[in-house]
Design a protein around this ligand. Structure first.
Ligand SMILES: NC(=O)c1ccc[n+]([C@@H]2O[C@H](COP(=O)([O-])OP(=O)(O)OC[C@H]3O[C@@H](n4cnc5c(N)ncnc54)[C@H](OP(=O)(O)O)[C@@H]3O)[C@@H](O)[C@H]2O)c1
Length: 373
């Protein structure tokens, strides 16, 4: 069957003031209050054109990153309807450029009901990209365990953000492979209800708490996927030799962990290698690269999910809201593999994690375990 290739758009937003300067070099050096005010008034715009995404069997797609240029806290705090309008306008810009499916990046997929209302109002199908993020996060967590010589079946795992769209699915997928799972979130009522719903199906011992530091102290495998706008995982709470898989954007793990805990392996779990020869080009300055702050040919798993849906011509609302269908996670992982997407090499705190770094981390963990508590 010879079908017209589908195209995608993906709504992005700056995660921090440094990101604003990366998107708009002219913003560098301006004060935070001015930047915030400018962003409040700045309309959505096409930021990057992505070409060269090609599957091993020769299928191609192209697409656009369209910015709804608000910071995470602005997306959460500004009037909900204004935020929805900004995101919907970004999708319309994508449609005007030719997109057939839209992805919601970072907090544009978190705000409100996790994409449900946006999908109802958008002219094309919408996904948050969370299903492939979940699949990539699970692969990353257990890859980290293997690298650190941890046997998951003998280990306690902690899922931070366990009632969320990503966290709740991750909890259900991690539990059958570990000895004990601790679920963490802020809202105790929702957390207790979720635990009650799933505890008999988890396949391991389980508990829950709103005390992140306490939970983290007990787990050697930690996956974090919160919608917090500040650090939630601090170096003093992590046990020796822990593996932390970070899915949150902006990140949950304090940068102090990189400096103060050489015995802990932190890995950004949601990065994927894009097949073909992908080029991310700035729309306003053709010929210049749009800096995603990732290695070349690498994209976030949520972006990758949107690309996969275009490549596979699955023009449907794929992942929306909380309570994700685990079959969709399995299906998008298989589709992504068929399209040639692979888990990116390990990386954290803007640095690649080399085999030498892993060996040094294991040695530091061994040394720390020998220090009497
Ligand atoms: N790497 C990727 O490719 C990728 C893709 C998509 C999304 N993301 C990121 O993944 C994260 C989660 O997204 P989501 O759609 O799953 O969000 P979500 O459905 O809103 O869930 C967020 C979860 O975090 C918890 N939480 C929020 N603030 C917290 C805090 N300070 N301490 C502890 N728990 C807290 C929430 O619990 P309460 O309700 O109890 O607060 C909830 O369980 C976001 O940062 C998003 O940007 C990454």
């Amino acid at each position: 069957m010879n079908r017209h290739p589908a195209k995608f758009c993906f709504v992005i937003h700056p995660l921090s003031l440094e990101d604003v300067a990366r998107y708009e070099p002219g913003a560098a050096g301006k004060g935070a209050p001015i930047i915030r005010k400018i962003l409040e008034w700045m309309p959505s715009y096409a930021a990057a054109h992505i070409t060269g995404v090609r599957t091993p069997d020769g299928r191609e797609t192209e697409g656009w990153f369209v910015a709804a240029p608000l910071l995470p806290e602005q997306l959460l705090e500004l009037p909900r309807e204004d935020v929805y309008q900004r995101i919907l306008r970004a999708i319309e810009i994508g449609v005007e450029l030719g997109a057939n499916v839209a992805g919601l990046g970072a907090f544009t997929g978190v705000v409100g009901d996790g994409g449900v209302t946006i999908a109802e109002r958008a002219p094309i199908p919408v996904t948050t990209g969370n299903s492939l993020t979940i699949a990539a996060g699970i692969q990353s967590l257990f890859r980290g365990a293997a690298e650190m010589g941890i046997d998951p079946a003998e280990t306690t795992a902690v899922v931070v953000g366990a009632t969320g769209s990503i966290g709740s699915a991750c909890a259900r997928l991690i539990a059958p492979r570990v000895k004990h799972v601790i679920l963490v979130a802020r809202n105790l009522t929702r957390l207790a209800k979720f635990h009650d719903e799933v505890r008999h199906t988890l396949g391991c011992a389980s508990s829950y708490t709103t005390n992140i530091a306490e939970a983290v102290r007990h787990g050697r495998l930690i996956l974090t996927a919160t919608s917090s706008t500040h650090d939630v995982i601090e170096p003093e709470d992590l046990p020796a030799g822990a593996v932390v898989c970070e899915l949150s954007l902006p990140h949950d793990v304090s940068r102090r962990v990189a400096l103060e805990r050489p015995d802990v392996l932190v890995t950004e779990g949601g990065n994927m290698c894009v097949p073909g020869n992908p080029v991310f080009e700035r729309v306003r300055e053709p010929g210049t690269v749009f800096d995603l702050n990732l290695p070349p040919r690498t994209a976030l798993a949520c972006m990758s999910e949107t690309m996969v849906l275009a490549l596979e011509h699955r023009l449907e609302n794929y992942t929306l809201g909380r309570g994700i269908d685990l079959q969709k996670v399995i299906d998008i992982e298989a589709m992504a593999t068929r399209c040639g997407f692979t888990l990116a090499d390990m990386r954290a705190f803007d640095t690649a994690i080399t085999p030498e770094k892993i060996a040094a981390t294991r040695e530091a963990a061994e040394r720390r375990r020998q220090i009497p508590a």
